[in-house]
Design a protein around this ligand. Structure first.
Ligand SMILES: [Zn+2]
Length: 198
């Protein structure tokens, strides 16, 4: 099995491969986080579906603050055990997929939130923190990195890079943003090769 060179990335990759295994996707196939979310008992809801969210909060989240949040899960489960996830509708489906994958990873990794996530802007927390920082920094790093690795697995990535495929093509194949494909190329130490062959 091909794994990235650093110990940290190896561990992340193994977890990510576990998630892909669970989802039953082929090595070079795109993973659908919406499919996995059901197993993680995460219910993706639209901002419009949230009752009790004031028009003011809504226009703040989709206006001035639109770039300051990508999404998040409620810390409090519903009576049926499911938790609600909201994704920023302005960020596009590729970014939404990465955000949701991170939330799925938190659940599969058994991370415990360290504070309640607020949906409305929190004056004390300041702007930009309202849906973020539900977990400690190490858990955030792991969930993001493992989620990204599950979306763009190393072995297929390495082959595509060696074939000289550009990041935007790799991104399309795995249905992620070009930025996420580039992030994966960098953290798995394929960037030098990518720069040479592409
Ligand atoms: Zn997170």
């Amino acid at each position: 099995m091909l794994l990235p060179p650093t110990e940290k990335r190896k561990q992340f990759e193994l977890r990510a491969l576990g998630l892909r295994d669970f989802a039953g996707v082929a090595p070079d196939q795109a993973l659908d986080p919406f499919e996995l979310a059901r197993f993680a008992r995460l219910m993706v809801v639209e901002l419009d579906q949230i009752e009790g969210l004031s028009a003011e909060s809504r226009s703040h989240l989709l206006g001035k603050a639109a770039n300051e949040w990508s999404g998040g899960a409620s810390s409090q489960p519903l009576p049926n055990g499911w938790r609600i996830v909201i994704l920023n509708p302005l960020h596009g489906i590729q970014r939404n997929r990465a955000t949701l994958m991170e939330e799925v990873a938190h659940v599969f990794l058994g991370h415990q939130p360290n504070r309640l996530a607020a949906i409305a802007p929190d004056k004390k927390a300041g702007p930009g923190r309202m849906l973020a920082r539900d977990y400690n920094a190490a858990d955030e790093e792991a969930a993001y990195a493992i989620g990204a690795a599950a979306l763009v697995p190393y072995e297929a990535l390495r082959r595509l890079v060696s074939e000289g495929r550009p990041a935007n093509e790799i991104a399309r194949r795995f249905r992620v943003s070009t930025q996420l494909a580039e992030y994966r190329i960098k953290v798995t130490h394929l960037w030098a090769e990518y720069k040479v062959v592409s």
